[in-house]
Design a protein around this ligand. Structure first.
Ligand code: SF4
Length: 374
């Protein structure tokens, strides 16, 4: 197999990992760009956008994660890129101004550290062989040693380790062979600690991903873990990937539960989790402000901000001319940019009509349902 043929397979197999992409819309973060294969337009965890060459080093894997189409048992075409092959092909795209960064993950080749050695070797060739100073996102393999993780942090702009499930119970059910506490939580804590403010690798961003719906986890469990990842473990972004039915073993909950009553329910659930994530990161919502139904899940019909508003009638209407920024951010339809605009506009006189904010249509109607000028 030549490099391009391998890249076609390995890039396609990297599609399930969304830990480098941004997901404010239901499907936006799954978009591919340019050649439609391995060049992905993505939002960076620290802001801004770029185009990444996104690939696995190898889709051979000794792992047995029951939800993953790459698990050792499946009969798929396997191949592996050598570290220098990845570096060379990336530089060819970079020099043609077609890719500006690299996202490199891999199945487990033998052991976690043997795989990390090869991932880190590719990054080392780029940094020290080609003098590449741009964006490199490296995947940390579950179970990697502290030394291998530190090596990644010394080479990367961003690193990710996918937590996949909110807790050991779910992990044991769908990730055969992985020890949740030793292989996943221990490295996540180490990554967060070494990249904390004032620490040696504070410039490196840590991200992770949940696979949503492979087990019977609730949104309550996922959102609780998400708040811990941001608050206690210093992670910069949490991503969510809806489990795609048909890819895993028949005995996992995601395969066994009855078909969703509505088409695309899995993607709506993923979208609601992204909305909860935004409320946490950008709107100052505390963990207890995210409300769940009796089944422990977010509403499929309303976004979590509207659910909070409808459960707190005493808080409304919010008065645009006097409310704090925190209160403005509780109004459905008002985002951080508009809230800032309102505060700045108040310095020049009173807001007399909500229309002055320049919003229209359904969004205007939503704001009017919860806010008044005076
Ligand atoms: S370790 Fe698990 S999730 Fe990762 S590639 Fe292997 S089987 Fe898939």
């Amino acid at each position: 197999m030549d490099t391009v043929e391998k890249l076609k397979i390995l890039s396609a197999d990297s599609q399930y990992d969304l830990a480098c992409a941004c997901g404010t819309t239901k499907t936006g973060h799954r978009k591919r760009g340019l050649d439609g294969k391995w060049l992905y337009p993505v939002a960076l965890p620290g802001g801004g956008q770029t185009i990444l060459l996104k690939t696995l080093l190898s889709n051979a894997c000794s792992g047995g994660c029951k939800y993953c189409p790459l698990r050792a048992k499946t009969d798929i075409r396997r191949c592996t890129l050598a570290p220098d092959e990845v570096a060379r092909v990336f530089m060819q795209y970079y020099e043609r101004r077609m890719a500006f960064g690299l996202f490199l993950s891999s199945g487990i080749m033998g052991s976690a550290d043997a795989t990390m050695d090869r991932i880190n070797a590719a990054a080392r060739i780029l940094r020290y062989g080609y003098g590449f100073k741009g964006y490199i996102h490296l995947k940390v393999i579950p179970g990697a040693s502290d030394a291998a993780i530190e090596d990644s942090l010394s080479l990367a702009t961003a690193v990710s380790l996918n937590i996949e499930t909110p807790g050991k119970k779910h992990s044991d059910r769908i990730s055969a062979g992985k020890d949740y506490l030793t292989d996943i939580i221990r490295p996540i804590r180490l990554m967060g600690g070494l990249t904390a403010r004032g620490r040696r690798y504070q410039r490196v961003k840590c991200t992770t991903q949940f696979i949503v719906g492979a087990s019977d986890e609730t949104d309550y469990e996922i959102v609780g873990s998400m708040y811990s990842l941001y608050g206690e473990m210093n992670f910069k972004r949490v991503y969510f990937s809806a489990y795609q039915r048909g890819l895993g073993e028949p005995d996992i909950p995601g395969e066994m539960k009855p078909f969703a009553p509505r088409k695309n329910d899995a993607l709506v659930r993923e979208h609601r989790l992204y909305q909860a994530d935004f409320l946490c990161r950008k709107y100052g919502f505390k963990k207890d402000d995210i409300l769940f139904g009796p089944d422990g899940n977010l509403s499929m019909d309303k976004d979590p901000k509207e659910v909070w508003a409808d459960n707190h009638p005493e808080f409304f209407p919010v008065r645009l001319n006097t409310a704090t920024k925190e209160a403005l951010l509780k109004v459905p339809g008002l985002g951080p940019d508009t809230a800032q605009k309102i505060i700045e506009a108040r310095g020049f006189g009173k807001i007399r009509r909500i229309e002055e904010l320049g919003v229209k249509g359904k969004r205007l109607a939503r704001i009017k349902a919860y806010a008044v000028p005076e």
